[in-house]
Design a protein around this ligand. Sequence first.
Ligand SMILES: [Zn+2]
Length: 235
Amino acid sequence: MADDWLERSAASYNKYSLDSKDDYAAILLMPVDTLSEIIEWTFRSLPDEILVGIDPDVSRPHPDGVNRRFTGSDFQSGLFAGQGYVLGAPHLVNRGDSFSVHHVPEEWIDGIFTEDRGSRGGRFTHWIHSHPNAVAVPSEADADAAQWTEGCDMILGVRFSPEGLLPWFDEVGGTRRRLSPGSNSVKSDKGNDSLPVIGRAVTGHLIHGLEVIAFHRTGLGINLIITDSEGVPIE
Ligand SMILES: [Zn+2]
């Protein structure tokens, strides 16, 4: 069960998704427990970046009414693999710096996932990777990597301190989507007085903020919506 702050953050995230539905070509439904697990892996791995693969749960099509309510005037059907299905369980595939994390040897992956996913188990429909101390906006390398993604790519940006070698880089274009409960933030007791603290990772890092986006290899933004385990948007 996801933390209370994440449930409230999801509700506020989804309100933005609904309000801006005409800016997106398609929607993608992510259960909050899936998001919660990815956030936990992200925090445990700091300051490294992680890469997570996710397949659609083909037993779970979008619940009635969600498409009608959350898709807008630019909606495109058949845009990506797995469209119309809620995301399934996440699989942690790699961990490393931003240069190495995307380069996963095929044979290594095949070995890791052979037991539960078959011999080609490393190939996922959707991918999400973390951006430690960077905004959740695709880099040029991310746009290139996405060309091999059949589903959607997602990015989870996490701002934390102490920052280490890579300070937060805020001057980036593109649509930012904060994942934040808003008013419930508390002040840090030292060092970063101006930054709210939403939690502390097991690595000892203070977490100041999260953001998450989804995008398609064509460069179109995908409207991510955070749901319960059935695919019903959290409100
Ligand atoms: Zn990236």
